[in-house]
Design a protein around this ligand. Sequence first.
Ligand code: ADP
Ligand code: MG
Length: 258
Amino acid sequence: MTDNNNQPIIEFSNVTKRFGALTVLDDFNFSVAKGEKVTLIGPSGSGKSTVLRILMTLEPFQEGKLTLAGTSYQQPNGKGAFRASEKHLRQIRNHVGMVFQSFNLFPHMTVLRNVVEAPVRVLGIARAEAEDRALDLLKMVGLHDKKDHYPSQLSGGQQQRVAIARALAMRPSVLLFDEPTSALDPQLVGEVLSVIRGLAHEHDLTMLLVTHEMRFAREVSDRVCFFDKGRICEQGAPDDMFGSPQEARTKEFLSSIL
Ligand code: ADP
Ligand code: MG
């Protein structure tokens, strides 16, 4: 579901990202329409997480421009690593939620507090209202009855579902998933994918997903992008990308993973 009349909600224009001598993104261009569900696939080390981390303002970049929901960040002089001001960073972060491979819940907080804390502290929502909303989200991910548990009392799949509820509690317009099922035992993958599948039906939510679950990617994505060495080597509709990839590198990657 895309809305082509609007500006893209995410736009990388000629972004270059280096770690020391290593160029991870090289003159990178990429845009995502509001409401679009995009999957990034590609070999380990190709720069997929870096793209998500830049969007989440966890990484600076050296050259180019990033626009997110109408706010732009640009490296002014091509020198050094660009980091936006705190005010800009907050503006960006308010639009973006991220779900990591390793859940990253606060271990000393109950499930409910994990979901409630940021809306109260960052958005200034009244605690009672934030709790109501958190309970709705926990219901949505099927963990209403675990609200008073601590993360260590939950399975990995349950922790990841709490992490998704926590990200949604901030009402992001863009939700990023970085290999959300890679750390899970195989029997727990399905419950997390089914929550993400439900979110993929939300028309307004823009989703950017890095995953090795190719069947799932084919099912939920509007577009699949194959990354290789810091560039998008090939992209297209899932049926085309998985059914008839054009580039040799894409074919090689898909045959290695499927
Ligand atoms: P992917 O998610 O596709 O596996 P990443 O974006 O994590 O790839 O990494 C891209 C490249 O950047 C890799 O070569 C990785 O080793 C390197 N890299 C990532 N983070 C850092 C860092 N903090 N310092 C130095 N190199 C890094
Ligand atoms: Mg990664």
